[in-house]
Design a protein around this ligand. Structure first.
Ligand code: DC
Length: 227
């Protein structure tokens, strides 16, 4: 890909397991852009809240926590790592418990307000692919290109199952499907920045598409904007 290509800000929103992370990483790599996983930030808040015994509906506690938090992405040969107050929490935030807790804290105004600022800062300078739930609708409504990646619940659950298989305490497929449905419900129906496609988003259903086909389609959609 042309490395002198124009610097765009690209957003990819969608529900859990739709393939956003893999597609965002490959797309960013092909374009020479940075990749930002905003779900990791919500997971970071959830992880620190749990560590400090702050419940997901304790707004005063969460506000205090956010005021002292320092979440930072670091790129290393192991990929994009998330550090919280200087310790690497990348692996700890990837558990089913943290998925549910991240979804719960993400419905709180104090948390969204705190992370909105952080995300806008990260978006300065463009040349980035941002993955999340409200990237195209709330955080970057002026993004150059917006994608909304979806897939059937069954397909998303199977993908997550494969990802988690072999890991310690990996859940059964049925459990994963239920968790995904529960998270969809939370993320789509919350009052603040609910998960939905922006009006000007390009919607891609990846139920029947592999990741290469998804990225190929994305590149074909942005090709004319790059030169
Ligand atoms: O993408 P993920 O599964 O790592 O996200 C975890 C949770 O964080 C998700 O269920 C909802 C929340 N989230 C959000 O509300 N807004 C974002 N931009 C990203 C994630």
């Amino acid at each position: 890909m042309n490395t002198n290509a124009k610097l765009l800000l690209i957003t990819i929103d969608g529900p859990a397991g739709a393939g956003k992370t893999t597609a965002s990483k490959i797309l960013a790599e092909r374009l020479g852009y940075k990749y930002i996983d905003t779900g990791a930030l919500y997971r970071g808040v959830a992880y620190e809240a749990k560590k400090s015994n702050i419940s997901s509906d304790d707004d005063a506690g969460l506000e205090k926590l956010c005021a002292t938090l320092s979440l930072e992405f670091v790129r290393s040969e192991k990929g994009l790592r998330l550090f919280s107050n200087k310790s690497d929490i990348t692996d700890e935030i990837r558990t089913p418990e943290m998925s549910m807790l991240a979804s719960a804290v993400s419905a709180r105004m104090v948390v969204r307000k705190y992370l909105l600022f952080q995300q806008k800062e990260l978006g300065k300078g463009k040349g980035a692919v941002f993955e999340g739930r409200d990237m195209g609708t709330v955080v970057f409504p002026m993004a150059d290109v917006k994608f909304y990646l979806d897939a059937s619940v069954k397909t998303r659950a199977k993908r997550r199952y494969k990802e988690l298989a072999g890991k310690k305490d990996s859940p059964a497929l049925e459990q994963i499907e239920n968790d995904i449905k529960h998270r969809d419900e939370n993320d789509k129906n919350r009052k603040l920045a609910p998960l939905k496609a922006a009006e000007d988003a390009i919607i891609i259903d990846s139920t029947e598409l592999d990741i290469d086909a998804v990225v190929k389609h994305m590149i074909s959609c942005i090709q004319n904007l790059l030169s």
